[in-house]
Design a protein around this ligand. Sequence first.
Ligand SMILES: NC(=O)C1=CN([C@@H]2O[C@H](COP(=O)(O)OP(=O)(O)OC[C@H]3O[C@@H](n4cnc5c(N)ncnc54)[C@H](OP(=O)(O)O)[C@@H]3O)[C@@H](O)[C@H]2O)[C@@H](O)CC1
Ligand SMILES: Nc1ncnc2c1ncn2[C@@H]1O[C@H](COP(=O)(O)OP(=O)(O)O)[C@@H](O)[C@H]1O
Ligand SMILES: [K+]
Length: 525
Amino acid sequence: MDERLDADEVFSYFATTTPYPVNFSLMKILNVEQTRALDQYTIEHEPVAPINLMERAAQAFTDWYTARFDKDRPVRVFCGLGNNGGDGLAIARLLTQLEYKVQTYVVRYAPRESEDFMHNHRRLKLIAPISYIENERDIPVIRNREVVIDAILGSGLSRTTEGIVQSAIDAINHSPATVVAVDIASGLFADAANGPNATIIQPDYTVTFQLPKLAFMLPSQSQYVGEWHVVDINLSRTFMDRTPTTYFYTTEREIRHLLRPRNRFSHKGSFGHALLFAGSYGKMGAAVLASRACLRSGVGLLSVQVPRCGYDIIQTTVPEAMCQPDGHQHILTGQSELEEIDLSKYAAIGVGPGIGTAPETLAMLTKLLSDAQKPLVIDADALNLIAQNRELIAKIPKNSILTPHPKEFERLTRRWTSDYDKLGLLRDFAQRNRLVVVLKGAHSAIATADGTTHFNSTGNPGMSTGGTGDVLTGILTGLLAQGYDPVEAAVLGVFEHGRAGDRVANQRGQIGLTAQDIIESLRWD
Ligand SMILES: NC(=O)C1=CN([C@@H]2O[C@H](COP(=O)(O)OP(=O)(O)OC[C@H]3O[C@@H](n4cnc5c(N)ncnc54)[C@H](OP(=O)(O)O)[C@@H]3O)[C@@H](O)[C@H]2O)[C@@H](O)CC1
Ligand SMILES: Nc1ncnc2c1ncn2[C@@H]1O[C@H](COP(=O)(O)OP(=O)(O)O)[C@@H](O)[C@H]1O
Ligand SMILES: [K+]
């Protein structure tokens, strides 16, 4: 049986205070060796026979499959000779028993099969024929409306595909069928870069066991992943909690624990006073969006510092906010028209949306970085100014949240050679400078000062539209003002920003989604 662990061990990654209950586990992303060890630990400690664990995986896949695909769609299951192939054979048996029209193929690329493969081979053979692919001419013609289940190679991939495996993968990729990969697309490394010209299945879906894989988070691998789903096969919770990792995947369950309910007797002073530096002539929309998003994130009070040209705009479009016009008509210079800005009054400060990169604005930013006593939220042109003046990086208050999109991050660092290289750069940049860096995109990656990276699970391509980043800046500033610590604010804010985008997409589709819709769809309960 699993022995219980110390809570300290489970939560060691979150520096001091953890918002989670004692026996709560975050969803981790483990590497291939850890995944193998997780299987092994489960086998030994549950205990469960390997063949029964394989049956559990095949059943979980089959449940997922039958909930989505009708019996009248012919299925071709392609199996390799390892345990991924063993899964495929067990899936073929289960689907056959459910009266799906199944054809099974074994791609014979080597003389040796795994033990559990052989067991499932014997069982399937009793109820259905199996074909063997040794030469190209053995590869069947795959037709429209058919479904291919890819169980050729799984996480045991140790080298680039070649020979008959390559031919089978090519044939599947060139077919009009819907392709579903078991655990991971055949030929794709789960946590390392594939070399150039690798032959890899390009599935429509990947159904993976227990935990997502690092490759699923990376834009360059998305064609080898498709829409992915995790199915639970009850692997050891103790082992998952105990295994150290620097990669986490944010789930709704985690978010429920991060969100703080409001006290019945709270008042607006309980939720902080935020200050946003945003906007310039022609880019006042960014300031409006960030301000509205900040208010919709529950901030107690909001002040907005804008160039003089933005005064009427903010006062009319965001009447809830106080507005402090800059002495300059078109840009921010930090010379306030009303009074000297006293930064100590504010619980949180966000800077960047629409501010431009004028020298006077650089001067304002430089002063803000040295005067600020608390973590800031830094976005957009503020990041571009810092990238042009890299000596400013060292001046950023520790634990500030930076929210670059990939281009801005490249300006801050360098061009990367692969998405894995980019992840390393991100981790190092956050760790070295003691910052929280949100690299935006699908599965936005949040890197923290302690070397961990949290991948977001919400959001959709409809959000690739002007202004959605400004909305995120407003949200994060609002959360910091309410007292969330910067890592919590980033994980929570990025998740809810994406979830609001998903709500909009569900209601009116992705294409018509605008940044304003996201603000209107934010919910915090
Ligand atoms: N363990 C468990 O309890 C559970 C595991 N599960 C399932 O097991 C899968 C992992 O199984 P696995 O470890 O047997 O690896 P798999 O990917 O099937 O192939 C390994 C074979 O392929 C070979 N090979 C490698 N690269 C190659 C290449 N390019 N071209 C050709 N051959 C290549 C490799 O050769 P070798 O490296 O040893 O020379 C070895 O012989 C996992 O993804 C999941 O589906 C689930 O049932 C849940 C429970
Ligand atoms: N394909 C996608 N899936 C999920 N989220 C996305 C996707 N594309 C963009 N987003 C989100 O939309 C926002 C875009 O921000 P950004 O690039 O700064 O836009 P802008 O500068 O136009 O405001 C980010 O939060 C990003 O994570
Ligand atoms: K596979």
